[in-house]
Ligand binder design. Structure first.
Ligand code: NDP
Length: 282
C-alpha cells in the first residue's frame, strides 16, 4: 500500500514557520497585505476565498477581498487593478479564477504590477519562470515541489507526466520540474492514448478536473501519484485519481481532500510574504 503524501500536515508545519516570519516582519513595521479580486458568484471561488482568508488571518497577513458584480466591465476591473498597483500598503494582488466571459483575463493580468503578482501570471513573471530566474512561484506548483522535497523524493532524471496544461497548474509545474532536471511530458484533451504516457510516469500529476480519470491500469507499479484535481460531489470533494484502486499499486499518493489543496493555499501565503520581504529589501 502506498505511503500517503500528507499535504495538510505539511501545510500546517509550513504555516507555523510562515507565521514566525510574519511576526518578525511586523516587528520591523512590515505588514504583508494581500488583495483578492473576485468577480461574480462562482460557488467554488467563494469557498476558496474563505479558506484563503482564514489562513491569512491565522498567519497574520492582511487580506482584503474585492467582490465585484458578475456584470463588471473590463474597464472597471482594470481601474481597480491600477488602484491596487498604486496603493503602497498592498503588496500582493490576485484575480480569483474563473472570471465571467466579458473579462479579457490576459489583458487584466498584464496590468498587475509584477512585484505584486502573487500568482506569477503576469507576462514578465511567466517569462522569468521559464528562464529560471523567478522571484515568485505559482502556488500549486510550489506546493507540489515542497511536498516532494518534504518526503525526500528527488525529481531529477525522473519522468514527470502532467495531465493538464493550464496557466495556473500544468504549465508552471512543467517549468519548475524542468528546473529540477525532470523529464517532463504534458498531456491534455488532444493527447492520443493518455494511458500510453501515464504508464511511463515515475511521477504522475493529474490536474484535469475529471473525477476518476486515473485508474489502476494507467499507472505503473511503484509510481508516485499527485492528485491536484478537485471534483465536487454534493458537498464532498474527490480528485481525478481512483484512489482506492490506485493506492495499492503505487509507492506514494496524495489524498483528496488533504493533499495539494491545503498546500496550495499555504503556498499562496508564502508568495505574499516573499513579495512583502522583497519590497522591503528583506
Ligand atoms: P483547467 O480546466 O484550466 O485545465 C484542465 C486541463 O486538463 C486542461 O489542460 C485540459 O486539456 C486537461 N484535461 C481535462 N480533461 C482531460 C482529459 N480527460 N484528458 C486529458 N487532459 C484533460 O483547470 P485547472 O488547471 O485550473 O485545474 C485543474 C483541476 O485542478 C481542477 O479540478 C481544479 O479544481 C483543480 N485545482 C486544484 C488546486 C488545488 O489546490 N488542489 C489548485 C488549482 C486547481 P485542454 O487544455 O486540452 O482543455
Amino acid at each position: 500500500m502506498a505511503q500517503l503524501l500528507d499535504g495538510q500536515k505539511l501545510a500546517n508545519i509550513r504555516a507555523t514557520k510562515l507565521k514566525k516570519q510574519v511576526d518578525e516582519l511586523k516587528k520591523q513595521g512590515v505588514q504583508p497585505f494581500f488583495s483578492v479580486i473576485n468577480i461574480g458568484d462562482d460557488i467554488s471561488s467563494k469557498i476558496y476565498l474563505k479558506s484563503k482568508k482564514k489562513l491569512a488571518t491565522k498567519i497574520g497577513i492582511k487580506q482584503k477581498n474585492f467582490q465585484l458584480d458578475s456584470a463588471t466591465s473590463q474597464a472597471e476591473l482594470l481601474s481597480l487593478i491600477a488602484r491596487l498597483n498604486s496603493e503602497s500598503q498592498v503588496n500582493g494582488i490576485m484575480i480569483q479564477l474563473p472570471v465571467p466571459s466579458q473579462i479579457n483575463l490576459n489583458e487584466a493580468l498584464s496590468l498587475i504590477d509584477p512585484e505584486k503578482d502573487v500568482d506569477c501570471l503576469t507576462p514578465s513573471n511567466v517569462g522569468r519562470l521559464w528562464q529560471g530566474n523567478h522571484f515568485v512561484e505559482p502556488a500549486t506548483a510550489h506546493g507540489i515541489l515542497a511536498l516532494l522535497k518534504h518526503y525526500q523524493i528527488d525529481s531529477s532524471g525522473k519522468h514527470v507526466v502532467i495531465i493538464g496544461r493550464s496557466s495556473i497548474v500544468g504549465k508552471p509545474l512543467a517549468a519548475l520540474m524542468l528546473e529540477q532536471d525532470a523529464t517532463v511530458s504534458v498531456l491534455h484533451t488532444k493527447t492520443n492514448n493518455l494511458a500510453k504516457y501515464t504508464k511511463e510516469a515515475d511521477i504522475l500529476v493529474s490536474a484535469a478536473g475529471q473525477l476518476g480519470l486515473i485508474t489502476e491500469k494507467m499507472v505503473k507499479d511503484n509510481a508516485i501519484v499527485i492528485d491536484v484535481g478537485i471534483n465536487r460531489i454534493g458537498n464532498q470533494i474527490a480528485g481525478d485519481v481512483d484512489f482506492q484502486n490506485v493506492a495499492p499499486k503505487v509507492s506514494y499518493i496524495t489524498p483528496v481532500p488533504g493533499g495539494i489543496g491545503p498546500l496550495t493555499v499555504e503556498s499562496l501565503m508564502e508568495q505574499v510574504v516573499k513579495l512583502a520581504r522583497r519590497k522591503n529589501g528583506r
